[in-house]
Design a protein around this ligand. Sequence first.
Ligand code: TYD
Ligand code: MG
Length: 455
Amino acid sequence: MARDGAIYACQSCGAVQSKWAGQCPACGAWNTLVEEVASRPPGAMAVSKTGRGRGLAFEGLADTTPAPPRITTGVEEFDRVCGGGVVPGSAILLGGDPGVGKSTLLLQVAAQAARGGAACAYISGEEAVEQIRARAQRMGLADAPVRLAAETSLREILEGLKRDRFDLVVIDSIQTLWSDAHEAGPGSVTQVRAAAGELVRMAKKRGVAVILVGHVTKDGAIAGPRVIEHMVDAVLAFEGERGYPFRILRGAKNRFGATDEIGVFEMGDMGLREVRNPSALFLDTSGERAAGAAVFAGIEGSRPVLVEFQALVAPSAYGTPRRAVVGWDTGRLAMVLAVLEARCGLALGDRDVYLNVAGGLRISEPAADLAAAAALASSALDQALPQDCVVFGEISLSGEVRPVSRMEARLKEAAKLGFRRALAPSDVDPVPPMAVTGASRLAEAVRRIGDGEWT
Ligand code: TYD
Ligand code: MG
């Protein structure tokens, strides 16, 4: 029964309903609707009795506003993804799987910023102060003047932050906070939304930069924290494959900078090490590249990154052949396989296909199509590509190889790393010492791979 003024929020997707139901009509999850009391957020302006406001003051688009000042934390990879440092008064949500290294990263960020003179607080609802201290000691950060606290009560945190002036406050994590103004448990959509709302308001009002940690769930969505994505100024995702030391920080939303920038880190005994030049990081330089391997000359954010695509095409032992892919899009793999089959005469329909992006990187550029296709064709035809060859190009459904962005930068970086040849779209000019083997159609590229003809 819906009571007056009551609304029901889905704890999985955040959709709000006026009636309770066993299943969320929006996302289909069961038993996730929880009653919320619709209330005016504290501090919001009350409607005046006479119903009259002061009226808007309009401004022109051409009026100048100075660029926002930035707190550069000194962790350069982090600063770059934020758009050149953290903007005072802004709120950032850092999402990622449990255990990926969010707390480690933000402890480093807070410590470096504090060493640089910023007043920093690190408030944890997950670990005790002793634990954080021990970690800081191990990471060689114990001397940094960070103000530490372990607290989960939103009221205590807001009161504590009032007492001192801070430039940067880290809240680890938003799911552990609870506000006594709401009955729902910590981590519920109600609590997460309320806590984030209060903290964002505090950030804006007092000019403090707030970084909120949010754990993501298995399906990859920042559930719970997803409902606060619209409240914050930037959403950053911290990613990494289990078993690999590399961690990638990506901007998913940024009101103060570009969103395609990445930061690269390596997790070690002393915490996260910044990788300033990641272009060769994901390349396996030990030994020869076998059939089925193709080096993709990619661009991540503003930087070139070379990464190996590895494919295995093998006879299938089952009625339905397997397709497995790590680090690339399954839909994209299906498309490339279909084009190889339909336009290049490679029969792959009854074969198992495995595709892996080495090093645990996730590639989303369309420019990787040709590299994936080359790796697959190389495995299917059992012909290795030349050792000094990189590949890039987008593939259309008609089997054309299309030009991609920043081709010269890709060639230059490949040359720096010792490569001398590129399999690329046909209208690319060579950049000495890089020679270009141009292919306007995928079939042409596949024929070259099969014939081993590269002059
Ligand atoms: P953590 O920052 O606690 O992850 P999150 O906050 O995202 O849940 O990182 C946890 C993992 O990082 C843990 O498995 C251990 C590893 N780690 C290192 O390998 N070296 C280090 O110096 C630190 C601090 C953590
Ligand atoms: Mg943590």
